[in-house]
Design a protein around this ligand. Structure first.
Ligand code: DGL
Length: 275
């Protein structure tokens, strides 16, 4: 019989909790462990090599905890590390294990929301520079125009609990305006960073009327449910006692006081050292 373990959910910090909340809502019986690499967050402005190295280290840790399936609930890690991990590292580290990201499932459906065939993507520098969204979206919707805007200060605003303050308005307005200067006819905006749902209300204030704002949590949760349905052999390797555990590479006190904002429930985390 297959050895069972929890599903691993990873982010550089707290953002992945917005995805985990939706996943755990859709698949409540599965066990999950979450890891936020808060000690080294944010990843958004770091180099390809650094993001790859950090992400791989975290994936190895998930495997050491018995996970057969790991979700990179971080666009930056999905953009910069996922492909190399899938193609180069998994075949030797764990050919029967799977690491999935958040970009492809989002790209698969985003076109359905746009009547104007014009999509705006708000994301970190790393995700924007990787061009992952334009490349992936065009595979599914070749006629869609994709405009991107990097918002390098949004993650620090959220991580520092400044996202509802007046300071955030300046940067949100600035980046939204810059996005619409690139693509005037955008009618759908994708929040291509798992931290951004916390800024949703502020972003909506600065959007032209009729523009839809899409977050990834529900999309990724539905895609995971479909994946497990299509891969019963993987689903059988997932423990299902409804357990959730949370780990951080930084202070558990900080994690617990911030995490509730992202997850909507009180969290008691444990600390791990990866170095
Ligand atoms: N939440 C991550 C994402 O979706 C990135 C945050 C960071 O810059 O570390 O891209």
């Amino acid at each position: 019989m297959a050895v069972k373990g929890p599903i691993g959910i990873f982010d550089s910090g707290y953002g992945g909790l917005t995805v985990m909340k939706e996943i755990a809502g859709k698949l409540p019986d599965h066990d999950y462990i979450y890891l936020g690499d808060n000690a080294r967050a944010p990843y958004g402005n770091r180099s390809f090599d650094t993001v790859y190295h950090y992400t791989l280290q975290c994936v190895k840790w998930f495997f050491s905890q018995g996970c057969s399936l790991v979700i990179l609930a971080c666009n930056t890690a999905s953009a910069k590390a996922l492909r190399t991990i899938q193609q180069q590292d998994l075949p030797r580290m764990g050919p029967d294990k799977r690491v999935l990201g958040v970009i492809r499932p989002t790209a698969e459906v985003i076109g359905q929301f746009s009547e104007a065939q014009s999509v705006g993507v708000l994301a970190t520098n790393g995700t924007v520079l990787s061009e992952s969204y334009p490349i992936e979206i065009k595979k599914f919707y070749p006629d869609i125009r994709v405009y991107q805007e990097a918002c390098p200060l949004w993650v620090p605003l959220v991580e520092n609990n400044e996202h509802t303050g007046h300071g955030a308005d300046y940067f949100v307005k600035k980046n939204i305006n810059q996005l619409f200067e690139k693509g005037e006819d955008i009618d759908v905006i994708l929040l291509g960073c798992t931290h951004y749902p916390l800024l949703k209300e502020k972003i909506e204030e600065y959007l032209p009327v009729g523009v839809k704002l899409i977050s990834q949590g529900e999309i990724v949760a539905q895609s995971l449910a479909d994946y497990l349905h299509r891969h019963p052999e993987m689903d059988q390797r997932c423990e299902k006692n409804g357990n959730r555990k949370f780990y951080t590479t930084d202070s558990t006190q900080d994690f617990d006081s911030h995490a509730q904002l992202f997850f909507g429930e009180k969290i008691k985390s444990l600390h791990i050292d990866l170095e």
